[in-house]
Design a protein around this ligand. Structure first.
Ligand SMILES: Nc1nc2c(ncn2[C@@H]2O[C@H](COP(=O)(O)OP(=O)(O)OP(=O)(O)O)[C@@H](O)[C@H]2O)c(=O)[nH]1
Ligand SMILES: [Mg+2]
Length: 328
């Protein structure tokens, strides 16, 4: 595993592909990889692109990648489809469209569908993004479809969030109002070769006036992904929005805590489902009889685990004695 991580950190494409497969499928070694790369994260600028189906996200990203490549930047792309249970239409389409980059060593593309992700799509996407980041591209772009909860979560992994929509918002305006507007740093009106584009730009600008100023400034941009119109301006805006302080965001403490929380929940879930421990049966029995709620039972169980402190090694306050540097 050490060698795989070493090659991954050098940005070798085969190692990157392998490491993603291990993390995506939670194969043996997944947590060792994630642990080993933590000190090496924050190399890439992470950009989330979301928006309703069919607005041209993939086409826009394709054009953005071409633009960034022409500026000498390297890019990783993760296409996440929380809605599909199979690697179906949308992502297959992405693969075909993105084919223009297949011979380019400076572009690495993967897709992720929701099927079979035991730890949840968010955790999987976060892990895969980290693996990509550790390989050292200048940008990691995450595409998610729709406007649901999982998109919002996945967007939270990104440092810069782009929400794409098409002219004549129609029903999409509901989705946009329902919170996605809050997360956007850039609102891109794509398909500006179509009617109503200018009106939609104005509509979004006035909606943004209602946005809580604490959320920072969001910019509305207009693009036609199919012809490349507005793409250079978008790339400029992305570069200008960058400041060095973002290099370690989302803040590593929160990130590690999030993975820790998700992993702990997974470990506990597996334990509860398979352990022969009779006290688990007893708690289930008490829930069944109506003496305890699920939450109460969970809290009792946790208290039991925490009180049994032998499970946890004491924390070495001060310099770690496990670090060979600090050993006598
Ligand atoms: N007229 C016009 N069509 C566009 C533009 N950008 C994308 N399209 C077309 O819109 C359709 C959908 O584009 P995609 O890039 O697949 O859209 P998407 O948002 O990634 O779609 P999903 O991933 O399925 O949600 C395709 O037929 C594109 O060719 C544009 O700027 N103008
Ligand atoms: Mg797409």
């Amino acid at each position: 595993m050490g060698r795989l991580v070493e090659q991954l950190l050098k940005g070798e494409p085969l190692a990157l592909a392998r490491a993603i497969t291990v993390v995506e499928n939670d194969l043996e070694g997944a947590s060792a990889i994630l642990t080993a790369i933590q000190p090496h994260l924050g190399r890439a600028r992470i950009i989330g692109v979301t928006g309703p189906p069919g607005v041209g996200k993939s086409t826009l990203i394709d054009a953005m990648i071409a633009e960034l490549r022409s500026r000498g930047k390297t890019v990783g792309l993760l296409a996440v489809d929380p809605s599909s249970s199979l690697t179906g239409g949308a992502i297959l389409g992405d693969r075909i469209r993105m084919a223009s980059h297949t011979n380019d060593q400076g572009v690495f593309i993967r897709s992720l569908a929701s099927r079979g992700h035991l730890g949840g799509l968010f955790r999987t996407a976060l892990g895969v993004v980290q693996v990509m980041d550790s390989a050292g591209p200048d940008f990691v772009i995450i595409e998610t479809v729709g406007a649901g909860q999982s998109d919002m979560e996945i967007a939270s992994v990104a440092q810069t969030r782009i929400v794409v929509c098409a002219p004549g918002l129609g029903d999409d305006i509901q989705a946009i109002k329902a919170g996605i507007l809050e997360i956007a740093d850039f609102l891109v009106v794509n398909k500006c070769d179509m009617d109503l584009a200018a009106e939609t730009v104005r509509q979004l600008q006035s909606m943004l006036k209602l946005r809580d100023p604490a959320l920072g400034v969001a910019t509305v941009l207009a693009t036609t992904a199919t012809t490349g119109l507005g793409i250079a301006a978008l790339a400029d805006a992305l570069e200008a929005a960058w400041h060095p302080g973002m290099a370690r965001t989302p803040d590593p403490g929160r990130r590690i805590r999030q993975i820790f929380a998700d992993t702990a929940a997974d470990v506990l879930r597996r334990h509860l489902q398979t352990s022969p421990d009779p006290s688990i049966e007893i708690l289930c029995e008490r829930v069944k009889r109506g003496e305890l709620g699920f939450e109460g039972a969970a809290r009792l169980l946790l208290k039991d685990l925490v009180d049994n402190r032998d499970l946890v090694e004491p924390l070495p306050f001060g310099p770690s004695t496990r670090d060979p540097k600090n050993r006598a």
